[in-house]
Design a protein around this ligand. Structure first.
Ligand code: PGA
Length: 279
């Protein structure tokens, strides 16, 4: 939690400086994140075991996004362990509250200890038909409630093959960030063809795409774009983590499959922690 308050203050200061100094170059001091997206996996016992076996690091922010029923237990396990591990939801509703059966509001996520929420994951775009407009409403709601959104963008294989990657990412970015003037968010570039397939993007391709994403962010946020952490996601694991961590525009990873095992996830945290010490 303390780390999150520190990040919040840092970002707030950047926001104010960014707005005041407008076009001036801001020295980038981006936070590194290693974030677990457990998707629809794990039960209570497995979660308790995970929190016993995981280590945290002071050099990187570690965030676990468990399924909804494990949020509060995870909050307790994390507190008990005394490790600096933060929590995020995997989804949020755009309304404050009301008759929305099966949904969770941003204040409910805060209530059970969340500081972050994943918004716009490709699985939600695909299976729950979430579009850019809805994603934008959820991002606005997250800001309103003091949650940091982890906004996911990424192209499908068909779009990649049709050379539409930049066009798709730019549309998703402008859509998600419409009418938003804050840099209190995290972006995750998750090429859909790399998610859960074992076919991760090469670090070079990811770096090139992250640099493009940052150039689009500059159109939206000006120099504050330099301060936004952009994570890579899509079959990231303990073997390829060091290649990503060496890239200047890759500020961490959003990990699905490899985050389910505490040892694998720990290894990824260590890679990024070492990278931070060397930078
Ligand atoms: P993966 O999932 O690491 O299993 O590819 C990443 C994600 O969907 O966030």
């Amino acid at each position: 939690m303390e780390q999150s308050i520190e990040n919040y203050i840092k970002t707030l200061v950047r926001d104010v400086i960014g707005q005041t100094l407008g076009g001036l170059e801001i020295q980038s001091d981006r936070q590194t994140y290693v974030i677990a997206n457990w998707k629809m996996n794990k039960n209570l016992n497995e979660t308790a075991e995970f929190f016993q076996n995981i280590n945290s690091s002071t050099d990187v922010s570690v965030v676990i996004c468990p399924p909804a029923h494990l949020l509060y237990p995870s909050h307790l396990f994390s507190k008990q362990s005394g490790k600096s591990i933060e929590l995020g939801g995997q989804n949020v509703h755009w309304a404050d509250k009301g008759a929305y059966t099966g949904e969770l509001s941003a204040s409910m996520l805060k209530d059970v200890g969340c500081e972050y929420v994943i918004i716009g994951h490709s699985e939600r775009r695909q299976y729950s038909f979430e579009d850019d407009e809805l994603i934008n409403k959820k991002v606005q709601q997250a800001f309103k409630s003091g949650l940091t959104p982890i906004i996911c963008i990424g192209e499908t294989l068909g779009q990649k093959n049709a050379m539409q990657t930049e066009q798709v990412l730019s549309k998703q970015l402008f859509g998600a960030l419409k009418d938003i003037d804050s840099s209190q968010f995290i972006l995750a570039y998750e090429p859909v063809w790399a998610i859960g397939t074992g076919q991760s993007a090469t670090a070079e391709l990811a770096q090139e795409t992250h640099a493009y994403i940052r150039s689009v962010l500059k159109q939206i946020l000006g120099q504050r774009a330099e301060c936004i952490s952009i994570l890579y996601g899509g079959s990231a694991n303990e073997k390829n983590a060091s290649e990503y961590s060496a890239m200047p525009d890759i500020d961490g990873v959003l990990v699905g499959g490899a985050s389910l095992n505490a040892n694998s996830f720990d290894a990824i945290i260590n890679v990024f922690a070492k990278g931070e010490q060397n930078s």
